[in-house]
Design a protein around this ligand. Structure first.
Ligand SMILES: [Zn+2]
Length: 308
């Protein structure tokens, strides 16, 4: 299942974005052939990028989240838009450091010391760019710090997964809770208390989806939100606002890759035609292969020459 439910509490103190992205994380695993730790890391970044994309307004808005560290995973990058389309990659899909003493996958060790960069292109002249040093490299902590430092937004980010022993994805999802400008102090306190004792989001998803036979996706998402916020005082109870789509989608195309080839310039293109006589480009997001034969390259060379 891939779905997001949004909500707001009765006192308008905080807003919730809650996602189940199990199918999207499994799609990414199959495309990139990721190790369990890389599946977890990429699943978290894709989920967070998807949620942050849905927070934006405007059909042309685009968001990029890039994690980069010295720990061997290399770069983990995801892009998304306001419609919930998400794609991404990890430079080293085989990274698989030893488990932590508590038996959990060590995404922080896979990333190491580094930065997270968020780029929001809202269709204005300049994109918004925010970057901070990684806090733990566990993704959720880093994004909580990002929201606070770069966007002066008090938020709580939770991301998590359950991976089967065969490496496939059993449950993946995440949640972003944002405090609103006129938040009531009692609501903030009650929320902090609740978040402290809330089970991991992956456990909540696994339990809810495991007992969802015969339910609509809307009912499942509603049940998940009720379960997560169970115990909030009545006046700060979350009420569901909307159900949104989220999922893997790569928008690469032969036309787009042609533009990449043309941008190499006529000198480089002439060299490729002369030396190789053909070219193959692989989309770094979905691994689709695009083959260009000599005739095709010569046509693109003419276009490149016309541009200069
Ligand atoms: Zn692609």
């Amino acid at each position: 299942m891939n779905k997001v439910i949004t909500g707001m509490d009765r006192s308008k103190s905080y807003r919730v974005y809650l996602a189940v992205t199990t199918t999207m994380a499994e799609d990414a695993r199959l495309i990139h052939g990721t190790s369990p730790t890389a599946t977890a890391a990429l699943g978290r970044v894709l989920t967070a990028a998807g949620l942050m994309g849905l927070m934006m307004k405007g059909n042309d808005a685009k968001l990029t989240v890039q994690f980069k560290g010295d720990g061997g995973a290399g770069e983990i990058l995801a892009t998304s838009n306001a419609k919930g389309d998400v794609k991404g990659y990890i430079s080293n899909p085989m990274i698989d450091p030893p488990l932590k003493p508590n038996g959990k996958m060590d995404v922080g060790a896979a990333l190491g010391i580094g930065m997270v960069v968020v780029i929001k292109d809202l269709g204005l002249k300049e994109p918004y760019i925010g970057k901070i040093d990684l806090v733990s490299g566990e993704i959720a902590d880093d994004l909580t710090a990002y929201f606070f430092i770069s966007e002066q937004q008090s938020s709580a980010v939770a991301l998590g997964e359950i991976i089967e022993t065969d490496g496939s994805v059993r449950a993946v999802g995440g949640m972003i809770v944002q405090m609103l400008p006129d938040a009531k102090e009692e609501a903030v306190e009650a929320l902090e208390e609740l978040l402290d004792r809330m089970p991991p989001v992956s456990t909540l998803i696994d339990e809810t989806c495991g007992a969802s036979a015969g339910m609509t996706e809307k009912a499942v998402m509603k049940a998940l939100m009720d379960k997560a916020f169970n115990g909030m005082p009545d006046e700060f109870k979350v009420e569901a606002l909307e159900l949104r789509d989220i999922g893997w989608k790569c928008d690469c195309s032969a036309e787009r890759l042609e533009q990449v080839v043309i941008s190499l310039g006529k000198k480089e293109l002439a060299r490729i035609i002369e030396e190789d006589g053909e070219a193959e480009l692989v989309c770094q997001f979905c691994r689709s292969r695009y083959h260009f034969d000599r005739e095709h390259l010569e046509r693109l060379l003419l276009e490149a020459a016309r541009k200069k």
